[in-house]
Ligand binder design. Structure first.
Ligand SMILES: NC(=O)c1ccc[n+]([C@@H]2O[C@H](COP(=O)([O-])OP(=O)(O)OC[C@H]3O[C@@H](n4cnc5c(N)ncnc54)[C@H](O)[C@@H]3O)[C@@H](O)[C@H]2O)c1
Length: 382
């Protein structure tokens, strides 16, 4: 460890998909960004000691805990990372705030807005730095979209639309609940695609286009019963398999959102498009380095959609000056590196542009309104 840099000791809870994505961010961030403190993989916490130890050995965590409460008691942990299923976020985050830890919590913030409100109150009362891993904001092309919008290039905004399409739950033999399949169990996940996938779309939308005022939604659960992995019994499925909603934004624009796990052929098709009076922008996660731009003010004969490779100018494209030379792409995982680097810098006095718990609560409120609207076939105010 550099003698000049004090440590930032991290305690990670959960070693699944996100445990790996976040660990990678902690390893990479200090090498590619100038952070005031050196991230240290201090402890990994998971219930199965052997598997946690294997993860510690692979990634270089110094120690293992099997109960997150023990992790929170440790004085040598500065920041706690909550990378476990959604039903655990509320309890762990409130306890972590009371223990005075900085908190990095996975999305969605909570099972619902009531829980989220309590989490926001807890971090504000404790005065602890906090963030929620809505990482798509920090894909360079999405960050560039934000810069263009904030610079007023689009003019008045008329439309915002986003999709998040997958196809992994079409098989009706797929069980629900338990390891790897907690997303199909409403008790663990809170909701289906609304909290899992649309929450990402909503966070990006609010960030780019401002608050949502009201929503009208429909949801569907295509497969009504699945065997529960933990009980072995056939149980009713209570998550939403698919959700579509329309909304008004506070700026007067109209929004259209769709998400499903039943779009055969699509694995993670997150697309967004925003149409303003002067300019439209379009982005697709499958081609994440490109921002498509149409500028009405371009010269008539050559006016058309441009595909901007957001690596071209290392000096100006967001985050790219930290990586390679112009023209070389970086991957999905760097969105987590960027978020952690921004957060880590803010711990020592820098500004943090979010998302904080309070920002994530705005998204949670939209998710709640969407689910309420679908259940009641009504327009709901957010
Ligand atoms: N930001 C993103 O793009 C993104 C992507 C995927 C998942 N997520 C979110 O990350 C969280 C985790 O999802 P995942 O895909 O990593 O899930 P996962 O199933 O891959 O991993 C979950 C981990 O939590 C552990 N765990 C469960 N209960 C625990 C407990 N009581 N104590 C300690 N560990 C426990 C499991 O052992 C496992 O290691 C969820 O909230 C999910 O919504 C976010």
């Amino acid at each position: 460890m550099s003698a000049s840099k004090p440590p930032l000791n991290i305690g990670l809870i959960g070693y699944g998909f996100m445990g790996r994505a976040h660990s990678n961010a902690y390893v990479q961030a200090g090498n590619f960004f100038d952070l005031p403190r050196k991230p240290v993989l201090k402890a990994i916490c998971a219930r199965n000691k052997d598997r946690a130890q294997a993860f510690a050995d692979q990634w270089g965590y110094e120690s293992v805990e099997t109960d997150w409460r023990e992790l929170l008691k440790r004085d040598d942990i500065d920041a706690v990372d909550i990378a476990v299923p959604n039903n655990l976020h509320h309890e762990i985050a409130i306890a972590a705030a009371e223990a005075g830890k900085a908190i990095l919590c996975e999305k969605p913030l909570a099972l619902d807005a009531a829980q989220g409100q309590e989490m926001v109150a807890a971090v504000e009362k404790a005065g602890v730095p906090n963030t929620v891993w809505y990482n798509y904001r920090r894909i360079p092309a999405v960050s560039l979209a934000k810069q263009l919008i904030d610079a007023g290039k689009l003019g008045r905004i008329f439309h915002y639309r986003a999709n998040f399409l997958q196809d992994w739950t079409i098989n009706e033999e797929l069980p629900q609940g338990g390891e790897a399949l907690w997303r199909l169990d409403a008790a663990a996940a809170g909701s289906g695609v609304t909290g899992d996938l649309l929450a990402h779309c909503i966070d990006t939308a609010i960030w780019l286009n401002g608050g949502v005022s009201d929503v009208s939604a429909m949801t569907e659960t295509f497969i009504k019963e699945r065997t529960h992995q933990e009980t072995g019994a056939k149980q009713k499925v209570t998550i939403d398999d698919a959700c579509a909603f329309m909304c008004h934004f506070e700026n007067g624009s109209l929004g259209l959102f769709e998400s499903t796990r039943y779009a055969r052929g699509h694995k993670a098709l997150y697309t967004l498009e925003i149409n303003g009076e002067n300019m439209s922008l379009r982005w697709d996660l499958h081609d994440q380095h490109r921002l498509e731009v149409f500028d009405y003010r371009d010269e008539g004969v050559t006016r058309g959609w441009k595909s901007v490779h957001v690596t071209d100018n290392g000096g100006e494209h967001p985050y790219m000056d930290h990586w390679w030379v112009p023209g070389l792409a970086v991957g999905y995982e760097t969105s987590f590196v960027h978020q952690f680097a921004d957060f880590a810098r803010s711990l020592d006095g820098g500004d943090f542009t979010g998302p904080t718990f309070a920002d994530a609560l705005d998204t949670q409120k939209v998710c709640d309104a969407v689910l309420k609207s679908a259940a009641g076939r009504s327009w709901e105010t957010v």
